[in-house]
Design a protein around this ligand. Structure first.
Ligand SMILES: [Ca+2]
Length: 348
């Protein structure tokens, strides 16, 4: 029994390692191609950079006779090869080292017949890439064909590399194996077996058959069908049961709504500012339609009742101050509230 279990574990480990390697290898196939493309792109740049150079001081008649022209010389090739990889790029340097001979072959023997280095080197010679529109070990055509992979509406997995599976990941608005179908929220403006143009619906539609708010098949949340079968905004703020809290007012927006805090002088409100109060907040009273601060200190009934206390009115409230020192012309007073108020003000 114990042996069986150990064997099972071992098999599981081997299986996992195998899966891991398979995934890594697939990734490697794509990245090998991009490394190769980087090398051949840099080769083109190197060609450009050295286009107007010569042996230094010009090609003398002797040099042209003995060394051939700089243009086709080994010296120029070596200068270009030096710039192909960043010193930090391990993959690039490894590939270059492994295949350096091929560059010499191409430079001296193949360049005239095969001027496209990427095609000759990456696709045909070391076989890490495929022609555009094809993928995988045998460079098979992508889904939708190599001319227009995914019918021009998506990316073919592994396109141009020896990796991938050739399947499409569709651009936004498109879906389906061939990227010919329109996603919800898009409609088919033009379509045949090999071509499809999906355009976004009006913002009020969940699904649609045309571009306007009258072409919706179904309205999006926050929109409703009116008498003309067009999707129009739901005004959430006219509902009797307001969707907002008591100290907030409702603001309708296209397709939605938001809740905004009432002004601090209000207790409940129908809109922004002090002029839209339903009632006044405590500490404020309605004077000719405006919520105005109540001066608690001038009320008949004194509000600060302890000995040595004095009343100070504030916006929406009041403070009771302990009068500490009498001195000519006034009194020096302090209270915890005042101290806290001061601290609050100085940190705002
Ligand atoms: Ca709304």
């Amino acid at each position: 029994m114990g042996l069986d279990l150990r064997l099972l574990r071992l098999l599981l480990c081997v299986f996992l390692v195998f899966i891991f390697q398979a995934v890594e290898a697939k990734k490697d196939l794509k990245s090998a191609c991009s490394t190769c493309r980087q090398i051949t792109d840099n080769f083109s740049k190197g060609l450009e950079k050295t286009a107007n150079q010569n042996f230094g001081g010009g090609n003398t008649a002797w040099e042209e006779r003995k060394l051939a022209k700089y243009e086709t010389s080994e010296i120029r090739l070596m200068e270009i090869i030096e710039g192909l990889c960043d010193s930090s790029s391990f993959e690039c340097n490894r590939m270059l080292e492994e295949h350096e001979d091929h560059f010499e072959t191409w430079w001296f023997k193949r360049k005239a017949k095969n001027p496209d280095l990427h095609k000759w080197f990456c696709i045909e010679t070391i076989k890490v890439c495929c022609p555009k529109g094809t993928f995988g070990p045998d460079c098979n055509a992508c889904v939708g064909g190599s001319e227009r992979p995914c019918h021009g509406n998506g990316q073919c997995d592994g396109d141009g590399t020896r990796g991938g599976n050739g399947k499409c990941s569709c651009d936004s608005g498109y879906e389906g194996e061939f990227c010919l179908d329109c996603r919800d929220g898009y409609f088919n403006e033009e379509a045949n077996d090999t071509f499809s143009l999906c355009t976004e619906c009006h913002l009020s539609c969940k699904t649609c058959s045309g571009p306007t708010h009258q072409d919706c098949d179904e309205c999006k949340d926050g929109w409703e069908e009116d008498d003309n079968e067009a999707c129009v905004d739901v005004n959430e703020c006219t509902n009797d049961a307001t969707p907002c809290k008591e100290d907030e007012h409702c603001l309708n927006t296209e397709g939605s709504f938001s809740c905004k805090a009432c002004d601090k002088v209000c207790s409940g409100c129908t809109g922004p500012g002090p002029e839209n109060c339903k009632a006044c907040a405590s500490g404020y009273q309605d004077i000719e339609g405006n919520c105005t601060d109540v001066d608690e200190c001038s009320q008949q009934e004194p509000v600060c009742t302890k000995e040595h206390q004095e009343c100070v009115n504030t916006k929406g409230s009041f403070l009771c101050i302990f009068a500490l020192f009498d001195f000519p012309g006034g009194r020096l007073g302090v209270s915890m509230e005042l101290l806290l108020l001061h601290l609050k003000l100085s940190t705002v």
